[in-house]
Design a protein around this ligand. Structure first.
Ligand code: PBG
Length: 332
């Protein structure tokens, strides 16, 4: 679509920028509290709110504190949260059985939020990395990350989350065939309304560094994730992955990381028109925080500008650690 333009001076494009009132009239995109999903980290214990050093303003919370956070989020008008477990080395195993334990910290948090804040939409993370002794998203056999055995485990993990009351299952593992397997597992278990948001285009990225500290995976990870997460030089491959996951039954798709991948967000939305989300990941958050703490940038303005960029690129919503701060600024 190309608007017809009169030559200057009939056309002066500054006319529609002359005041906030006019700018508001012609504004093309909007950011609201309903667009935000807030990722939170849950750990064992009670009454604990432990700061994550590499992510200022982000905490690992015990289940009771996650519930308090959910209440605060609901009061701020945030409609959705995503639960990530922090797991110490002592709770990691080669078989990753903690991942589908109905009583693991993530599943306990899901149940507790469902009880205390029933209107909150709860999303999960499906991948073995937070339970794996070697920090990988799949089982490792002879140094190789194996696909099909991992998918069977991911289905068990997703079912335990759905049983706990999760609304949106978020497979972030990048194994092949997991969306179809999880979808049919959910249907067979009568979880017909439980949604899947596929981390369909997830890149092997250095921007996840602070997150791996937050979930206790940094020390654990051996090698890299390049045999399953995407090569950041690729764009067509992202579209193939998104199409595949939509065909397998994903209700929503995600691009991750966010800001360096706005071209992918735009291609995905304009090609498929499906509900599209971006994850403004830990490294993006921490870069903004660090620069703001140095007094080099205006944190609030950069935060809103970066979130609006996702909307302009075509995203329906954003997973962001800034969710509470942004919701405070955005209001109703
Ligand atoms: C685990 C997972 C990761 C993130 C979300 N789920 C890390 C990884 O793939 O190593 C990253 C989130 C962030 O950086 O904020 N599969």
């Amino acid at each position: 679509m190309r608007p017809q333009q009169a030559p200057f001076p009939a056309s002066r494009l500054r006319r529609t920028r002359q005041s906030e009132g006019v700018r508001a009239l012609v504004r093309e995109n909007a950011l609201s509290r309903g667009d935000l999903i807030w990722p939170v980290f849950v750990r064992s214990g009670a009454g604990i709110e432990e700061p994550v050093p590499s992510m200022p303003g982000v905490f690992r919370r015990s289940v009771d504190k996650v519930v308090d956070a959910a209440r605060e989020a609901a009061d701020l008008g945030i409609g959705a949260m995503c639960i990530f477990p922090y797991t110490g080395v002592e709770d990691r195993t080669e078989d990753c059985e903690g991942a589908w334990d109905p009583e693991n910290n993530a599943n306990r948090a899901i149940r507790a939020i469902r009880d205390a804040v029933p209107e909150m939409v709860i999303m999960t993370d499906v991948a073995l990395d937070t339970y794996n002794i070697n920090g990988h998203d799949g089982f490792v056999e002879d140094g190789t990350i194996v696909n099909d055995r991992t998918v069977e485990a991911l289905v068990k993990m997703a079912l335990a989350q759905a049983d706990a009351g999760a609304h949106i299952i978020g497979p972030s593992d990048m194994m092949d065939g997991r969306i179809a397997a999880i979808r049919s597992g959910l249907e067979e278990a009568d979880h017909t309304d439980v949604m899947i948001m596929s981390y369909a285009a997830k890149y092997a990225s250095a921007f996840y560094g602070p997150f791996r500290d937050a979930v206790g995976a940094s020390g654990a990870l051996t090698g890299d994730k390049k045999t399953y997460q995407m090569d950041y030089a690729n764009s067509n491959e992202a579209l193939r992955l998104i199409e595949r996951d939509l065909r397998e039954g994903a209700d929503m798709v995600m691009v991750k990381p966010g800001m360096p991948y706005l071209d992918i967000c735009h291609r995905v939305k304009s090609t498929f028109g499906a509900p599209t989300f971006a994850y403004q990941v830990s490294g993006e958050y921490s870069m903004i925080k660090a620069a703001a703490q140095n007094g080099w940038i205006d944190e609030q303005r950069i935060m809103i500008e970066s979130l609006m960029g996702f909307k302009r690129a075509g995203c329906d919503g954003i997973l962001t650690y800034f969710a509470p701060a942004a919701a405070r600024l955005l209001g109703a």
